[in-house]
Ligand binder design. Structure first.
Ligand SMILES: [Ca+2]
Ligand SMILES: [Ca+2]
Length: 258
């Protein structure tokens, strides 16, 4: 979905391991990069859904050997948890995308319920269930621009780093969302990678303003995921996307004629 100058993923990322991404599944990877792959095609390509546990190896915590991992934005699948910031960055990059900046994430999340009650089925997943819901399952948890689960479900890595934080001062009277960017820890030898939105554990302190620098980018947590973004084509650049679709059709035809 469009959010200013970027296209922000509508759903929290699911991460798929794609066998033979440069050969037999090259056309599937091309579809992923165009945002057109669906679950049936992923399954037919032999893709495996990851991220319900820390199962990204051989992709390392610092993001090496991750070439077969692809972040995909689709509804009704398990969003990828347990990814370090580096693994999340690689899964976005392999899909032709990147992590959004905190400011880009903010534009996409704006207008989401904050968080309101959690009825366990339709509202933002912030308290009632205690585990991640499927992507987009909480149908009321949608932002003004159409992003699902920005508030709650999995807390989301964004691109920015800050000094590793230790203290949550909050937003005072401006918002009840958490704001944990104080008390820099300079003894740990790591920065803090920013998290946005809060998770299924955060109750009322989840929300579109929730922000934390308490986790270093090497951490893998059950309540932390991400979504990806890519630049929108500049005005008049639609022709490039047309060329991409044409290339995809040629690839598919070639594959079919083998
Ligand atoms: Ca989320
Ligand atoms: Ca809140």
């Amino acid at each position: 979905m469009a959010a200013g100058t970027v296209c922000l993923d509508r759903y929290e990322a699911s991460v798929w391991r794609i066998p033979d991404p440069n050969t037999g599944n090259a056309s599937l990877v091309a579809k992923i990069r165009l945002g057109l792959a669906n679950p049936g095609e992923l399954t037919r390509g032999g893709a495996t859904l990851l991220g319900e546990r820390a199962d990204y190896a051989p992709c390392t915590d610092d993001g090496r050997s991750c070439g077969d991992l692809y972040a995909v934005s689709i509804p009704s699948v398990s969003p990828a948890a347990f990814a370090t910031w580096f693994q999340a960055q690689q899964a976005c990059a392999d899909a032709g995308k990147r992590l959004p900046t905190s400011a880009e994430w903010q534009v996409g999340a704006n207008g989401s319920p904050d968080p309101g009650p959690d009825d366990g089925t339709l509202d933002c997943n912030t308290a009632a269930r205690g585990t991640a819901a499927l992507t987009g399952e909480r149908s009321r948890c949608v932002s003004a621009r159409g992003a699902f689960d920005a508030v709650g479900n999995l807390s989301e890595w964004v691109a920015d780093w800050a000094p590793l934080s230790t203290t949550c001062t909050g937003w005072a009277s401006f918002s009840g969302d958490f704001m944990c960017l104080a008390g820099a820890n300079d003894s740990k030898g790591a920065p803090g990678a920013l998290l946005r939105g809060g998770s299924f554990r955060d109750g009322a302190s989840a929300g579109p303003l929730a922000i934390s620098g308490e986790l270093d980018p090497t951490r893998a947590e059950d309540s932390v995921g991400f979504r990806c973004a890519r630049p929108l084509p500049e005005p008049g650049r639609d022709a490039l996307w047309g060329a991409g679709l044409t290339a995809l059709a040629i690839l598919a035809r070639r594959r079919g004629s083998r």
